[in-house]
Design a protein. Sequence first.
Length: 675
Amino acid sequence: MLSLQRYSIVLLCACIVYLIISIPGLSSAQTSQNNASNADTPPLSPDQSDESSPPESFISIDFNDVDIEVFIKFISELTGKNFIIDRRVKGSISVISPTKISVDEAYKVFESVLEVHGYATVDAGEITKIIPSPYARTMNIETRLKKEADSPNDKIVTQLIHLKYADPNQVKQLCAPLVSKSSVVLAYSPTNMLIITDVYSNIKRLIRIIDAIDVTGIGQSISVLPVEFADADEMVKIIDSVFNASALPGKKRQKDVTLVSDKRTNIIIVVASETGTDRVRKLVKMLDKEMPKGSEKIHVYYLENAKAEELATVLQEFPTKESGAGDAGKGKKLAPIVSEDVKITADKSTNSLIIVAEKDDYEVLKDIIKKLDIRRSMLYLECLIMEINKDRSLNLGTEWQIGGEGSYGEYDGAWGGGFSGGAMGGDPGYLSSALSAATGSAAVLPPGFSVGVFGEAITVGGVVFPTIAAVINAYKKDKDAHILSTPQILTTDNETAKITVGKNVPYLTKASSGETNYSNYEYKDVGISLEVTPQISKDRQVRMEIALETTKLESTTDLFQPTTLKRTVNTTIIVNDTNTVVIGGLIDDALSLTDYKVPCLGDIPVFGWLFRSIGKGKEETNLYIFLTPHILEDALEGNKIYEEKKFEMYEIEEGQIKLFDEESFFSVPEMMLNE
């Protein structure tokens, strides 16, 4: 029953309002028509098209305790706007307007009425929302970046105000009492901006106040900040870069903070507002810290694997800012740059590096040192040198000798030594002794079986005539020599290692006879020398620079004037771990045929053998060099090699010599041994 009565009252009020609007509008139109003597056409209604630019109509707004929904509906019909009313919008309004106003002014009155009652309009396309003011400030309201010259109204907007000189936090404190509790005032220091959300009429008032106080030099003061641990010059650069970093792209930041450092007293002079000074003071307090232990400019780095002298040389060649700047213009890609003030010294006794550098430079060097100071792999190299010599010779014939006192034996053939047929080994033999006594000189018979006749020297009239000796010799030699050498050496990656096994042999270089007899000798090395420089890759491949030299004495040479046989190999190879390769070989086959005879007499058939001597010889030499590398990454692999060699030594002691794996090493030599 009460709701029906209320509805009737509302309907009655709406009719009264409609009559109030209609009658004044009609009378106003009639009055305008009577007073316009030169008017050709009557005035048009507001909702007609303005093809002929009709005069603006005026209305009177006079409401007394009318429901707010009725008032909103009235404005909607007057302006043609569509409204969505929040359910929290309730209450009655009263508007007293003794004068007539335009439709645009009526809408401003409408916004003011809503603002007074705690409501606001929010445009959303063709629809306008009417909601409580506190909620309107968080919705998509109009945001203005510039100070527009529009007439003020009570519409809620967000205004961005850029301050040139004043501190935004101080201006915020000034504006806070001038806005309502539901309004928002924010300060953004990085861009020196003030953000206000309020009715536009109040914002226009705040803008006039802000323009009056935002002038140059306001609120700035001079402060002195002492720096205890850090360097004032460096700190000014850091703080200044922090303030400039907040500038907008393409725009130069307003200089609201000025910093000057005094190197003599190590202080910072600040010219800024109170807020700016506080910000600088906080940064100085954060940066001015005592350096922790170990962060000084002098650093000591103890190496575990690398040599300090070698690593220091490498690091000293590291490009600095000065040296790197010249190559930058040539398009060269440089390594990371350190300061030219960096100093690096090696201490050999402790195998450490003493580095004088700033913390940033030291961190760069420290990272490089860690990558270089690593445990390098080792290489155990096994080498097999196999040499097989075969010597076959046959000598047969008759040799004649003429000798006397003080003479030396002369032979048609080469000088030789050995045993005679009657010696049966041991002494040179009765024949050689007798021949020496007869000729008066040391006579050496050819090796093998020898038989001959000779006589003593003949003296006639005090003249000594030499004797004539004839020796028949038969000699055959069969010689087989198998020389097997196995030098082995252990070295580190990229380090040169050398092993030499042999003896020193005296060489007669000078002899003198006279009042004082003396001889000069020079000693030379004879044996095997192996030198290797390995380079180990991550995929367990080995690149080796090999220098191998073998030197031995010729067995038939003089003791103090020996002849040496020398073999040398210099090469570079790449081989996988534990694989065996042949790096060199030699096959030498020599055939000799000699024929010594007395001219004419030696060519007589049958009897010519009394005046000739022949010899045949064949010498074969086969030489091969084998290499097998073993990469040792850790102690486990090294222990494995140790156990293998220990077992080999045990077999040698038991008489079972096993130098290398039979399949990998003895397959080729066995073929040669069977020839």
